[in-house]
Design a protein around this ligand. Structure first.
Ligand code: C2E
Ligand code: CA
Ligand code: CA
Length: 719
């Protein structure tokens, strides 16, 4: 058999599917072609549907075309449509998608294809019926004299057309009085022919008929149009409703005045119900029965379409916390049951208040807040939803405690668009998660702009490093004993071409997150060693130490020892003139074990300092066992040391802490440097407490390397 498409892995599946389809079609009614032809045709359709299912961007058009093609091939028995749609839902997916191929939206796609197939089938069938009806109408038109006659003396030629038609035909005067109907018409409406002859068509109209139906009819009887065709409901005699495809034509007198209307109706109730069912399926999530994302976007679109200038839109974007872990540990079955419970609770607590709750997929739900009350309403809805989710869930024998995070966006419709709104909701949900889950966050455009600026800054870091936009400033570290400059701390800055000089607090964190810190840190090390070696050559007696900060991620890098050794070797700086500053958490590493590289670094001969000491939780006794040389006391302790202190009690407490720390440090042979020394009084007190060194504005702010050289040369004094 020549294949319409040879590339499919799933061909055997499609072929088996087509064979079954062909058998069903032939069983269900007359088919004007051979079994092999039928199968070949249906295989082409199956392959077509399969391709649509797997296409990178989905369109349901294939479904519509296949539906039409079925009618064109004269597979028009209603059973054929029913079978085709049902099999597409039940059996198609496993036949054409290899078992392992993950296609999360496959079920939604199948539902859309089902709907499209039914719609295509129905439309093609209608077009065909309409064509047939037109023929009847035309013959009725040609026999209009006969119509007249028929009314008088039952002219035989007209009666044959009229009585024998399977389609319901009714003739009414322009006043709406029914003049005659055939049996089919009467059957469809559940009346007898005689009864209908007593009735005005207006009595049969359905109260919920679309607006415009009356106008249409009015235009027809006024002679403003010759025909009309609509899908319309009628009340049957027993009160039930029949959906029909109605075509009405106007028959005029010779002079053009309206004379009768001839209506032809076909019962399409079953098809209509099938379409309704499929529409429901296409717009609802099969697991939870909640509206799905398609329906949600449809509704959201309506909010935007009908929005007046004052209108606001609000939504709560909800995501369960840690759902993946629950799913992985307890199995998808329990996961599904949990989702059902959550869905039920959500719709129970907010849908009743007129808000739409939809499942966006996975463990994501969205609530479209019917907001009259602005942000307050949205927040209230979010709190209700969080409370509903957080009550323990009993699934099987398990009791689960779940929480959710919610991103809330609420703003005037005019200020946003559907895609902006969804993006904002997503961003805000992320904030809620980052702030610790189990909570809601409200969208804040300024924060979002800052986030964006932050990521833009992060993205431009690597190129900035390549372009040499980073510079080092050095801050003196001074002996409290004799006032001499014993060391300088290298502090990096970014000379940004547009933003000017940017401090490390704005980009070191970003560089740590992106990993660039390893490369940036290596540059800092190399540059600091180069500068220090320059000072040593010029002023060997100063024995000026350069102190370089190592970020946790840098210290954890397997190549750190090599990097440091290379910097020393390359620049010629003696190891004892280099100090590395690590925070307590960097020293302890992520696993709770002290960094392995610590001993290797100490073995190189470099000095190691604990930066910001006192802000972490390390204990001194433990630090004693590590090759540490120096503690840098964090700024806040020094801040509490003021000679003129207004709050004397606090002053004393900080002093006593510094006193104790210095004594302990000295007991285990560690040097102590106090940071952030800003006043002479602080410097004095620290000296009295036997702190070894001081660093801070009092001794000099961070300055370019050239200033340090001048200070070594005695050309520049401390600030
Ligand atoms: P740090 O290591 O604690 O550096 C000391 C910070 O205190 C510096 O801020 C310095 O300018 C500031 N400072 C100096 N004198 C005073 C004072 O009298 N009072 C107060 N309150 N502060 C003073 P800077 O330069 O903005 O650096 C901030 C932080 O950025 C540093 O804190 C360090 O953690 C980090 N950093 C700077 N350069 C590097 C680097 O090359 N690598 C790494 N990994 N981190 C760096
Ligand atoms: Ca430092
Ligand atoms: Ca510090």
């Amino acid at each position: 058999m020549s294949a319409p498409d040879g590339d499919d892995l799933s061909r055997p599946g499609a072929a088996a599917y087509a064979a079954e389809w062909a058998r069903a079609v032939r069983r269900l009614g007359f088919v004007p072609m051979s079994a092999a032809e039928t199968e070949r045709l249906l295989l082409a359709h199956a392959v077509r549907l399969g391709r649509a299912l797997r296409a990178p961007t989905f369109s349901a058009e294939a479904g519509e075309e296949v539906g039409r093609a079925l009618v064109e091939a004269h597979f028009t028995e209603p059973g054929v449509l029913d079978w085709s749609v049902r099999a597409l839902g039940d059996r198609f997916l496993p036949s054409v998608l290899p078992a392992r191929a993950e296609l999360p939206e496959a079920r939604d796609r199948v539902a859309a294809l089902q709907g499209a197939l039914a719609a295509g089938f129905a439309r093609a069938l209608r077009d065909r019926t309409f064509y047939q009806q037109e023929r009847i109408a035309r013959s009725a038109w040609q026999a209009r004299d006969a119509v007249e006659q028929a009314l008088r003396d039952s002219e035989a030629r007209f009666r044959t057309v009229f009585v024998g038609a399977a389609i319901g035909i009714g003739i009414a005067g322009v006043d709406g009085r029914i003049i005659d109907v055939n049996e089919s018409f009467a059957d469809m409406l559940g009346y007898s022919v005689a009864e209908l002859r007593q009735i005005n068509v207006a009595a049969l109209f359905h109260a919920d008929d679309a607006a415009g139906m009356w106008e249409l009819y009015q235009e027809l009887i006024e002679g403003k149009r010759d025909s009309a065709r609509v899908e319309k409901r009628y009340h049957r005699k027993d009160g039930s409703v029949v959906w029909t495809d109605l075509a009405v034509s106007l028959i005029r007198y010779d002079d053009g005045r309206p004379r009768f209307t001839v209506a032809m109706i076909e019962d399409i109730t079953e098809r209509h119900e099938l379409q309704q069912r499929l529409r429901f399926q296409a717009l609802h999530d099969p697991l939870t029965g909640l509206p799905n994302r398609t329906l949600f976007f449809e509704r959201l679109g309506e909010v935007f379409d009908r929005a007046g200038p004052e209108e606001r839109v609000g939504l709560c974007f909800l995501d369960l916390d840690g759902f993946k872990a629950i799913n992985d540990s307890l199995g998808h079955d329990l996961g599904d049951r949990l989702l059902k419970v959550i869905a039920w609770r959500l719709s129970d607590c907010v849908a009743g208040r007129g808000h739409l709750v939809a499942r966006m997929g996975g463990d994501e739900f969205v609530i479209l807040v019917d907001s009259g009350g602005g942000l307050d309403d949205a927040v209230e809805v979010a709190e209700l939803a969080l409370a509903a989710v957080s009550a323990p869930v009993q699934v099987g024998t398990q009791q689960l405690a779940v929480s959710a995070s919610i991103g809330i966006v609420e703003c005037p419709v005019e200020e946003t668009s559907v895609s902006e709104l969804m993006k904002a909701a997503d961003t805000t949900l992320y904030w809620a998660k980052a702030e610790g889950r189990g909570r809601w966050a409200v969208y804040d455009p300024e924060r979002s702009a800052a986030d964006i600026a932050r990521s833009a800054l992060a993205a431009s870091l690597p190129a900035a490093l390549d372009r040499g936009e980073f510079v080092l400033h050095y801050q003196p570290i001074v002996s409290l004993l004799d006032g001499s400059m014993v060391a300088v701390e290298a502090l990096v800055r970014w000379q940004h071409p547009e933003l000017g000089l940017i401090g490390p607090d704005r980009f070191i964190g970003l560089a740590e997150e992106t990993g660039l810190i390893v490369r940036l840190g290596a540059w800092v090390l190399r540059q600091a060693c180069r500068d220090a070696e320059g000072w040593r050559r010029a002023y060997p007696d100063a024995r000026l130490v350069v102190s370089v900060n190592l970020a946790a991620r840098q210290a954890d890098d397997p190549a750190i020892v090599e990097t440091v050794a290379e910097a020393l070797q390359h620049t010629g700086l003696p190891a004892e003139l280099l100090q590395l500053e690590l925070t307590e958490s960097a020293v302890m590493g992520s696993g709770g074990e002290p960094l392995r590289a610590l001993h290797q670094l100490a073995d190189l001969g470099v000095r190691l300092a604990i930066d910001d000491f006192g802000t972490g939780y390390s204990n001194l006794a433990y630090l004693r066992r590590l090759p540490i040389h120096c503690l840098k006391l964090a700024g806040p302790f020094v801040e509490g040391i003021r000679a003129d202190g207004a709050d004397a009690a606090a002053d004393h407490r900080d002093e006593r802490i510094v006193d104790a720390l210095v004594r302990l440090a000295h007991a285990v042979e560690l040097w102590v440097t106090a940071e952030a020394v800003e006043t002479e009084a602080q410097a004095e007190r620290l000296r009295a407490l036997r702190c070894d060194n001081g660093q801070g504005r009092w001794f000099g702010a961070p300055v370019p390397a050239e200033h340090i050289r001048r200070r070594l040369a005695g050309e520049e004094e401390a600030a």
